[in-house]
Design a protein around this ligand. Structure first.
Ligand SMILES: [Zn+2]
Ligand SMILES: [Zn+2]
Length: 319
């Protein structure tokens, strides 16, 4: 580690460490990305050298993303408020949900241990986007590229080794191959992220439904639950989302047509078909009907399309 004390780092009145160089967090940046950027900016060779100083876990820093940790020392070091830092965490808000950019979302949808990234986004502005931590998302809708999840040099999964654009082996993540996706796959992700932003609970539900429908249609058989889908490859996931999202257009006609096509009457008693029917043809039908229509999406867009985004449409985080 460089001698950062001689660079102007100091310990404040409460004995809390303060970094000489500050970093401005992006609106849709999760806390692990901030830790890495602070560490890099201040010339630490490893993130754990920095987290040790501020009393955060030194082993497995991905735990900082989701576990309750004391943020006072990080707040003092970074010059950010604890509220702002908490917003960047995926902390549990109930037994089933975590907060994703302040929005409650089922915890099975969020994964931050291993990184996924769009090489073009990293090239433009090198920080990690919170949308990349959502498991059903396999596409950058801005660049219409599939997300990468393996280092282009060593072929391994990439954790949080201490460099925003590099793997532990030194491989440059911005050099990951560009794998274009269809217009409709990118559109599905853009629409679903917008929905998630406006109404997290329902948006997440529809995201899961779309992924599940796409997966089922590809499988040609009936096997719940959607969690299996989430472990599949990113390419496959992007395709699933695209197909499932298409099935949800023109609600409920498109959905009924999807059911008829993939689940003819002789399969009506399959457990998953019954589950799907109960869940989405029953009590949710009215709400889905209102929510899935192009009208409500269009209304949401005109109201919230403040700026192009990967995660949030506009900043609503605490200062
Ligand atoms: Zn991108
Ligand atoms: Zn590597």
């Amino acid at each position: 580690m460089t001698d950062i004390v001689s660079q102007g780092a100091r310990f404040g009145a409460a004995g809390l460490f303060r970094l000489p160089l500050r970093v401005h967090p992006e609106d849709d940046e999760p806390i692990l990305s901030l830790l890495v950027r602070l560490s890099e900016e201040n010339r630490f060779t490893k993130v754990c050298s920095f987290t040790r100083l501020i009393r955060l876990p030194t082993a497995g820093i991905h735990m900082v993303a989701e576990r309750p940790v004391h943020l006072a020392a990080l707040a003092a070091a970074s010059g950010l408020t604890e509220n702002r830092l908490q917003y960047m965490q995926y902390q549990r808000v109930s037994s089933t949900h975590v907060a994703w950019l302040g929005r409650p979302i089922h915890r099975s949808l969020v994964h931050s241990k291993h990184r996924r990234w769009c090489p073009a986004c990293l090239e433009e502005v090198p920080y990690h986007r919170a949308a990349w931590d959502l498991l059903p998302i396999g596409v950058c809708h801005r660049h219409k590229l599939a997300l990468a999840c393996l280092c282009p040099a060593c072929g391994n999964e990439v954790g949080w080794p201490g460099k925003m654009v590099a793997c532990r082996c030194g491989g440059d993540l911005r050099r990951s191959p560009h794998r274009p996706v269809s217009e409709s796959a990118a559109g599905a992700v853009r629409d679903l992220l917008e929905w998630l932003w406006v109404d997290a609970e329902r948006g997440a539900e529809v995201m899961v439904l779309a992924t599940t429908l796409g997966w089922l249609s590809n499988q040609g058989r009936c096997e719940p639950p959607y969690k299996r889908t989430l472990r599949q490859s990113l390419d496959r996931r992007a395709q699933d989302l695209e197909i499932g999202w298409a099935a949800l257009q023109d609600w409920p006609d498109g959905f009924n047509e999807y059911l008829n096509r993939h689940f003819p009457p002789d399969r009506a008693q399959w457990p998953f078909v019954r589950w799907l029917g109960r869940r989405y043809q029953g009590p949710l039908k009215g709400e889905m009907s209102a929510a899935v229509t192009a009208r409500s999406l269009a209304a949401g867009r005109s109201e919230h399309r403040a700026k192009e985004f990967c995660g949030p449409l506009h900043a609503d985080h605490p200062q």
